[in-house]
Design a protein around this ligand. Structure first.
Ligand code: NI
Ligand code: MN
Length: 226
């Protein structure tokens, strides 16, 4: 699987010939100013919740690419009203077999409202099983005991966890989360975009190392194989 980072919590995962784009928030992010959203391929766009910093470029990319947007029912309904044609609604505990693999919607402890203030349902995380391996995309979430279930379900090859604190888990809580999900390869997200979620990179990497784990802080615009 190839993972490309577009800043904040936005990643593209290429698996089985399909491009899965997670939480597209790029054009308002000064750290991602080198990224042209018109150059990003997408077959599916997965949106964890309705907040602006996870959905801002979703409509534009969905319209250009014809990608199917996967999100909770309320987010999908809002996107449909705003001109997105291909959507797939899901909700907590549900799974569905897509052509890229099996996707399960799991709990996230956070909130969700749409950029215009309308109701955005409840936030979710995503657990994906593909031929090339399994991974977990946590979305915005606090540390929660529910994560132990994720570790029970499947062997997780790598996981995207928020580490910026303030709005989500801190680095220390993300280390505990990585134990709950029994995963040693963590890709950090939701840090540095704003001053209040700025982190010390080396300290974060060290804390995971002490726990026998690897924290990967990807460079924006770069691709890494997993
Ligand atoms: Ni959020
Ligand atoms: Mn957020």
């Amino acid at each position: 699987m190839k993972v490309t980072y577009y800043g904040h919590s936005c990643f593209r995962v290429e698996t089985g010939g399909k491009n899965l784009l997670f939480d597209p928030f790029i054009s308002p992010n000064p750290l991602a100013s080198a990224i042209d959203i018109n150059s990003i391929p997408a077959d599916y766009i997965l949106v964890s919740h309705g907040h602006q910093d996870h959905i801002h470029d979703c409509i534009a990319i969905a319209k250009r690419t014809g990608a199917t947007v996967i999100a909770n029912f309320e987010v999908v309904t809002w996107l449909s009203k705003n001109g997105v044609e291909k959507t797939h609604p899901m909700n907590h505990g549900g799974s569905f077999v897509f052509d890229f693999g099996k996707l399960k919607c799991v709990s996230a402890v956070h909130s969700s409202s749409m950029p215009d203030g309308s109701y955005g349902g409840n936030p979710v995380g995503f657990l994906l099983e593909t031929k090339a391996g399994n991974f977990y995309y946590a979305g915005d979430t606090a540390l929660t005991y529910d994560m132990k279930l994720i570790g029970d379900y499947k062997k997780i090859n790598f996981a995207f966890l928020p580490i910026g604190n303030n709005f989500t888990m801190s680095i220390d809580n993300a280390v505990i989360a990585s134990n709950f999900i029994r995963c040693n390869t963590i890709i950090g997200m939701h840090y540095d975009t704003y001053n209040i979620i700025a982190i010390d990179h080396q300290e974060a990497i060290n804390k995971f190392n002490y726990a026998g784990k690897e924290l990967i802080l990807m460079e924006i615009g770069k691709t890494k194989e997993f």
